[in-house]
Design a binder for this molecule. Structure first.
Ligand code: PLP
Length: 452
């Protein structure tokens, strides 16, 4: 009775994010989680699931880590919260700021703390505009983001997000945001004969004028927009373009950061140093609500010359408990060589994808960078013919996985809902990766029986 009573309360009192409200008030919650251990989450009804997406791509260290719980308890008992406004500070925030600057590439040596990814991206937009304003260039305000990108839901981050559903929800957002074609390397390197030139970043910069553009934001690997890998050379080309036109490069490392891609940060895969780097999610593995924007020294040095109030900040900027948990999370990532494990598990995952592609004619376009991965489902992969849009192929496969106690996420491509995303906690082992593949194998078999 407790479980059904809780479901009734949920339906009545709890408006859920990114959930179909009508379905939720009809059916109640799909699962109510109550415990977690490693890659597994347990529900109130006693059932256990493999968390194949690290919940929201964020539980990097895995569930149920007692060391993090103890750290939170110790810090909360000592000083749960303190302000960072008006010159106040606290120990964990300072130590975390210093730690991040040693981990981050190049001279990203300071941080502005937030409570999550959307706040980080909005903060980065404001810092970028402020930086140019301080340089006497108040008209450098426009932001270029990429098609298929996801940057969050606050009004600035949502405007930069290119997934249409988020715009349909709230209508217009921040002005002065442009969406460029993603991942066309030649254009960004200046090849105007490239047939994709129209709409690429360089084209937008030239049309709008570099003196009006504050920054370009991108995820090193696009996450919610479909797990799209940039071609080699793309991030370097954008970095070059930013230098050429005096535009700031903002890397949204909210998913990629903290080991997800087999390097500590996504940009490390290509040796690129952004001007501003937004982090959240994996910084604390979801054990505390924390984000931040790392600043290159030239930006920090410009801002610290300002002798009036920096009128930006969140109550929870530099939250001592959140920062203490993040510090411990990073310590564990390093101590247990979790990033090395990600590299090893990527190979196991790739083998699994190859097996699935050999066995299942619908499976194609698999990709993985570390444990950020996906594959697509096509009616005829040789001819590149997608399933009819009415067949939500990825949703069907993900539902079959769900019946087999594996949680994954279907994503939308330009041909329909046909992308299956897989991003388990980074502490996963070989046998567990193989278990995910085995469940996918069964799930795809059921799907193919129905539609082929
Ligand atoms: N940026 C990226 C790449 C994300 O994937 C997300 C969340 O999924 C965000 C930003 C927004 O972060 P948050 O939900 O913590 O505001």
């Amino acid at each position: 009775p407790y479980i059904s009573e809780l479901a009734e309360l949920d339906k009545k009192h709890y408006l859920h994010p990114t959930t179909v409200p009508k379905l939720h008030v009809e059916n109640g919650p799909k699962l109510t989680f109550s415990e977690g251990e490693g890659i597994y989450v347990k529900c109130l009804n006693g059932e256990s699931y493999i968390d194949g997406l690290s919940m929201l791509w964020n539980v990097n260290i895995g569930h149920g880590n007692k060391e993090l719980a103890e750290t939170a308890k110790a810090q909360m008992s000592k000083l749960a919260f303190s302000s960072s406004f008006a010159g106040f500070s606290n120990e964990p925030a300072v130590h975390l700021a210093e730690k991040l600057s040693t981990m981050a590439p190049g001279d990203l040596n300071s941080v502005f703390f937030t409570s999550g990814g959307s706040e980080s991206n909005d903060t980065a937009f404001k810092l970028a505009r402020f930086y140019w304003k301080l340089q006497g260039l108040p008209d450098k305000r426009k932001i270029i983001a990429l098609k298929q990108s996801y940057h969050g839901v606050t009004i600035g981050a949502q405007t930069a997000t290119a997934i249409p559903a988020f715009h349909l929800f709230s209508g217009s957002g921040m002005t002065e945001v442009f969406h460029a074609t993603a991942h066309v390397t030649n254009c960004e390197l200046g090849d105007k004969s490239d047939p994709n030139y129209k709409g690429c970043i360089r084209d937008i910069v030239e049309r709008e004028g570099a003196d009006t553009i504050a920054a370009i934001i991108m995820e090193p690997v696009q996450g919610s927009g479909g797990v799209h890998m940039p071609p080699d050379g793309y991030l370097q080309a954008v970095r070059k373009l930013c230098d050429e036109f005096n535009i700031l490069f903002i890397a949204d490392e909210v998913i990629c950061g903290f080991g997800r891609t087999g390097e500590m940060f996504g940009v490390d895969n290509w040796g690129v140093v952004p001007d501003l780097m937004c982090v959240a999610k994996g910084i604390s593995s979801g054990y505390s609500q924390l984000g931040g924007v790392l600043l290159k020294e030239k930006i920090h040095d410009t801002i610290v010359q300002y002798d009036e109030v920096l009128a930006h900040g969140f109550t929870y900027s530099g939250h001592p408990t959140a920062c203490a948990v993040a510090l411990k999370n990073i310590e564990i990532l390093e101590r247990n060589q979790v990033v090395e494990n990600v590299k090893d598990m990527e190979i196991v995952l790739e083998d699994g994808f190859n097996y699935l592609k050999e066995k299942h004619p619908t499976v194609t376009k698999s990709r993985a960078l570390g444990l950020l991965s996906a594959f697509e489902l096509y009616a005829d992969r040789e001819e590149g013919i997608p399933f009819d849009q009415s067949i939500l192929s990825a949703t069907e496969v993900v539902e079959e996985c769900f019946k087999r106690k594996l949680i994954l996420r279907p994503l939308v491509s330009n041909v329909g809902r046909n992308i299956v995303a897989i991003a388990p906690p980074l502490i996963i082992n070989k046998q567990q990766v193989e278990e995910i593949i085995s469940i996918l194998d069964d799930a795809i078999s059921v799907f193919e029986k129905k539609y082929l």
